[in-house]
Structure formats: structure tokens, C-alpha cells
Design a protein around this ligand. Structure first.
Ligand code: ATP
Ligand code: MG
Ligand code: MG
Ligand code: MG
Length: 562
């Protein structure tokens, strides 16, 4: 590519509103331009990096058995109503009307679209498992778009969705995506960690985030210095110390609460205010700590039970299995159902939830006038010591370190949340109708570019890792008016391109100082400068990363580049 007519508007000054290095450098080196707050255009260099990352993602997704599709960015609002998310998603969801006054949304994510697609076109177990993915623009009206393409309102995501017939199948699909993500971020030459995460608004019970380690990251990660253990500190209750206390039985008024399914319905029915939700409870059963991760509604049909201090035994359990483990009846299990004879260590949220009401361990019944201290042995979150830097790791290997991370990828086990809501069913071997079991898997493609720049730069500019660099080589003619330099540069441009190197050729009539500054700023892995020694066939090669410079005769150039 000849730079004279190439759109790379470099800037000498640091743009005033760019707070972090990657944003500054991507603007200064001419990779992106802001079109509106949180909305960016990708100039040719930016687009080439985007394509490199997309190619890595495609190759790993395809090897993992993914099938690429392209779903619409505009989605009918009814789909989101059907899944129950239209209200829940809030102002982050961009909404619009068509000329017939019909409601639409701009896709913030695609569970609804993909689930209905598969519902309508996959009918039998013979077609499953299936993994469908796309690379596409997403829209989220972020409250605070910032840091350039790191948190924007329009961005490119790779999203994949798996459909299975069993929990074991889902576990396999999840594992294969987890491995694909390891491969993808390794190929992007990022320093990253996969961490246990909180399932948040999307639902589901088992999830990991892929975090690029960086001080500008918005998440805090606790990880072991000598094993794979790593978790987002959002799920801090994992780290509580073992606390044992006596048990007191419940003696409370029971009220009938027929057909109440969600906390919203419950609070409306009982005319109380609380809408808090609990994300996790630590039960102590037979003196063994068991962590139960639950969602704050009654629609949960999978609950994760595990020994809080032994990651290796982590597994998903159905309500029946959970009840068996906890030694109590089913029907009560939910965030506000607490079995008799079980000590609960709760986070702050339980105080507001049990302020007056909790589950009665019986279908369609709740207990009123609950007082946490009187009726349960509740150890408050505040009393528990969260894990600290230097603590032994929960898996017994090494000690805990803290780091900040940028979330570039996220994998979830969704279960049947969307397939149930949207009726995605199939016929099993016995001709019986069953609900599909889903997983979903996202990568912020444009955010990944910014994360790479955060980890790969110096005072002079970006230092692209070879696998994602917009070009392999920067060929720079120091003086384009010099006949020998011009001729040798043209020859090299042709032969190197024929050798399948991607070459950015600076043929601009600019001063050498300007060209070298721009070259460092753009940050291609190798610079080849054609200058005074052109008549002898000698060029100067500079390795961007190390700053190493060497004079090379063109006859040895290709060997040196290998
Ligand atoms: P965050 O916690 O940063 O808001 P998220 O958890 O809301 O991200 P997911 O719903 O998990 O995001 O989406 C999958 C991936 O999409 C994220 O891991 C991230 O890499 C990317 N992503 C999410 N929001 C944005 C955004 N506003 N700008 C750029 N990339 C984003
Ligand atoms: Mg978000
Ligand atoms: Mg997140
Ligand atoms: Mg996420």
C-alpha cells in the first residue's frame, strides 16, 4: 500500500478528550475517528487490524465446529418482550420505530433472534449439538461511553450460541468455546486470564470472563501466582472464611402466595417494597461449606452447588440434587428459600430480602415478619473476611495476587432461560419434546484492539504484535527525490509484496524526521529505511519492539526477515 494516497492522518498533539493511552494512540496514529460520542469510524489501518483479529476468531471458531451466520442488527421489540428482557435491559437498549409505528430495537445481543431462528428450523436431536456464531455490530447506549473503542455505544462483537440436548453436552460445548477463547487471545499475543465471573443480567449459572491484564481495566481480579485459579472479585463470597455457628429453627407466620413466580410478583402480592436480589449464599451443611449461586428470581432451574474451597468439585445441580445435598425438600430452593437447620452466610442483599418475608420451604408459601438475626443464624457479609493479596489460594496452590483487567470475552452457560421463554424445543430419540440447552459466548472485537494497544506501546507509539499488525513491514524511502533511493524502494516494494509480505510503503515527499516519527507511531513490527546507501544496495532495518537496528544488503534481506 502506497502511503502517499493512503488515509493515515497522524496527529502530533495528544487529543484533549482522550484519557487513556490506547485511545490517544489510535487517534494519533490514524486508526479511528470519533463520529459521535461512543461512535467511531475505522480508518484503513484500524480496519486492517479489525480484520486480522476477525480472521483469528473465525479460524478458531471454525475449528471448534462453529458455523458462521449473520443475524439482523434491527430486531422486533416483540421478541424481547417474549423473552422478558424488553423492560429489564433498561436504557442501554436502543429503541426505534419504523414508519408504521412498529417497535424495534438495535441488537445489544442476539439471544432472542438466534433462539427463535433455531426454534423454527431445528426440530430433532439428530441436528444437535449446534454452534452458530456471527461477527457483527452491536448497539448499547452506555451510560458512560469512554476510553475510545474500549467502551463505545456501537461496537463489533463476535457472539456465538450453542444448542445441546443435555447438561453434559452443554459442558462440552462450553469447554470447547473456553479453549477456543484461550487460543484466540493467545494468538492475539495478549497477557490475559480466564476468571470465574458473575452471571449478571443475562441469566445462567456458570460463566467465565477473559480479562486482559491492565491498570486501566475496570474489573479487579484475584488470581493465584502459581495455578490457574482466578476470579472476578464480584464473586467475592467465594473467598469467605469457614464460619460455623449454631442453628435456630424458624417459627414464623406462613402466608399463601399462589402463582407467585418472581420477586417482583411477590413484592407486589404482599405489598412490600424490597426488590433486592441475592447472588450467592454460602450454606453450611454437615459442617461443610457449600456455595450456592442463585439468581434473584424464582425462575432459576439450575443451581450451582459446590464445595466453596474446592474448585475441582464444581458442578451443576438441579433443584432436586441441591435439595438432596442440603438434606431438605425441593420447592423451596430460590434466593429467599432457606431450609430449616441450615446456617446461612449471606451478602448484604439478604437483609433487605428477609426484611419481612422469605421462602417457606413449601410451594406457594412464604414466611412473614422474618427477622434475620432472630430467625436465622445469619453471618453478615461485613463480618466475613474477603480474601486479600498474599492469602493462600483457595485451591491450595500458591498465594493470591490482585490485578485489574479489561473484559474482552465472556462465556456463559445459559441453560434453558431463552429456549424455554421462546419455545425452542426438539424431539428426542423417543419422539418426546424437550427443551434445548443453550450457552452463549461473546468477544468484544473492537475492544480487543484497544486492549492490545494498552499492552503494546512505548513513548513513541504503538508496538503491534506480529499476528495483528495492520501490515508486516514499513518500507520508508528517506528521500523520494533521490533516484537510487526511489528505484530501490520501488523494487523492494514489488519483490516483498510478491513474497506475500504486507507492506506499507512510505513514498511521501516528506522529511525523514516526519516519516520516522509516523512510522514509530503506527508501530509496524519491522521498518526498512531506504536512504543514502541505496546505491550500494544497503538498507536499514529496525525492529520496532526492541529498537534494534541493522544495515542489511538487499540480497540478504529476505533471510533476515525470517
Ligand atoms: P462490560 O462489563 O464491560 O460492560 P458486558 O459484560 O456488558 O461488558 P457482555 O454482554 O459480556 O459485555 O458482551 C460480550 C463482550 O462484548 C464483552 O466481554 C466485551 O468484550 C464486549 N463489550 C461489551 N460492551 C462493550 C462496549 N460498550 N464497547 C465495546 N465492547 C463491549
Ligand atoms: Mg456492559
Ligand atoms: Mg461485564
Ligand atoms: Mg460480560
Amino acid at each position: 500500500m502506497r502511503q502517499r494516497t493512503f488515509l493515515t492522518p497522524t496527529l502530533r498533539e495528544i487529543p484533549a478528550d482522550a484519557e487513556i493511552t490506547s485511545h490517544q494512540l489510535m487517534l494519533r496514529a490514524g486508526f479511528i475517528r470519533q463520529t459521535a460520542s461512543g461512535i467511531y469510524s475505522y480508518l484503513p489501518l484500524g480496519k486492517r487490524v479489525l480484520r486480522k483479529i476477525e480472521d483469528i476468531i473465525r479460524s478458531e471458531m471454525d475449528s471448534a465446529g462453529g458455523q458462521e451466520v449473520l443475524l439482523p442488527a434491527i430486531q422486533p421489540a416483540e421478541l424481547w418482550e417474549e423473552s422478558g428482557r424488553l423492560g429489564d435491559y433498561g436504557p442501554e437498549l436502543m429503541r426505534l420505530k419504523d414508519r408504521h409505528n412498529r417497535d424495534f430495537v438495535l441488537g445489544a445481543t442476539h439471544e432472542e433472534v438466534i433462539t427463535t431462528l433455531v426454534r423454527d428450523d431445528v426440530q430433532t436431536y439428530k441436528k444437535l449439538p449446534m454452534n452458530l456464531y456471527q461477527i457483527q455490530t452491536k448497539f448499547r447506549d452506555e451510560r458512560r461511553p469512554r476510553f475510545g473503542v474500549l467502551r463505545s455505544r456501537e461496537f463489533i462483537m463476535k457472539d456465538a450460541y450453542s444448542f445441546d440436548t443435555s447438561q453434559e453436552g452443554l459442558n462440552e460445548s462450553y469447554q470447547s468455546m473456553y479453549q477456543a477463547y484461550q487460543n484466540i487471545f493467545t494468538r492475539c499475543q495478549l497477557d490475559f486470564r480466564a476468571v470465574e465471573a458473575d452471571s449478571g443480567a443475562i441469566g445462567g449459572t456458570d460463566t467465565h470472563e477473559f480479562m486482559v491484564l491492565s491498570d486501566i481495566g475496570e474489573d479487579t481480579i484475584a488470581y493465584s501466582d502459581s495455578s490457574d485459579f482466578a476470579a472476578n472479585v464480584e464473586i467475592a463470597p467465594v473467598f469467605v472464611d469457614y464460619i460455623k455457628s449454631d442453628v435456630s429453627p424458624l417459627e414464623l407466620e406462613t402466608v399463601e402466595t399462589p402463582n407467585v413466580k418472581t420477586i417482583k410478583e411477590l413484592t407486589a402480592f404482599l405489598n412490600i417494597k424490597s426488590e433486592a436480589t441475592i447472588k450467592s449464599l454460602l450454606f453450611i451443611v454437615n459442617e461443610e461449606p457449600v456455595l450456592v449461586l442463585v439468581r434473584g428470581d424464582h425462575e432459576v432451574n439450575e443451581i450451582k452447588v459446590r464445595n466453596a474451597f474446592n474448585k475441582a468439585t464444581a458442578e451443576l445441580a438441579t433443584p432436586e440434587q441441591t435439595a438432596e445435598i442440603l438434606g431438605c425438600e425441593t420447592g423451596f430452593i430460590g434466593p429467599i428459600g432457606i431450609p430449616e437447620g441450615v446456617t446461612v452466610i449471606a451478602d448484604k442483599a439478604i437483609e433487605s430480602i428477609v426484611n419481612g418475608v422469605c421462602g417457606a420451604n413449601e410451594k406457594d408459601k412464604h414466611l412473614k415478619n422474618v427477622n434475620p438475626d432472630r430467625d436465622f443464624k445469619v453471618s453478615r457479609y461485613e463480618d466475613l473476611r474477603l480474601i486479600q493479596e498474599g492469602d493462600p489460594s483457595p485451591d491450595g496452590k500458591g498465594t493470591i495476587q490482585f490485578a485489574m483487567g479489561i473484559e474482552v470475552g465472556h462465556v456463559f452457560k445459559l441453560g434453558t432461560k431463552y429456549s424455554e421463554a421462546l419455545g425452542a424445543k426438539y424431539l428426542d430419540e423417543n419422539g418426546k419434546s424437550q427443551t434445548m440447552i443453550m450457552g452463549c459466548y461473546g468477544i468484544g472485537v473492537t475492544r480487543t484492539i484497544a486492549a492490545i494497544v494498552e499492552q503494546n506501546h512505548d513513548d513513541n507509539g504503538i508496538v503491534w504484535p506480529t499476528s495483528v499488525a495492520p501490515f508486516d513491514l514499513h518500507l520508508v524511502t528517506i528521500n523520494v527525490k533521490d533516484v537510487d533511493q526511489k528505484q530501490l524502494s520501488e523494487e523492494l516494494y514489488q519483490t516483498l509484496s510478491e513474497e506475500r509480505y504486507e507492506v506499507l510503503y512510505d513514498d511521501r515527499p516528506e522529511r525523514a524526521g516526519v516519516k520516522f516519527k509516523d512510522s514509530d507511531l503506527i508501530g509496524l513490527p519491522v521498518r526498512i529505511a531506504v536512504g543514502k546507501k541505496a546505491s550500494e544496495g544497503v538498507v536499514e532495518v529496525k525492529i520496532r519492539k526492541t529498537g534494534e537496528m541493522l544495515e542489511v544488503h538487499v540480497s540478504e534481506l529476505q533471510d533476515k526477515l525470517k
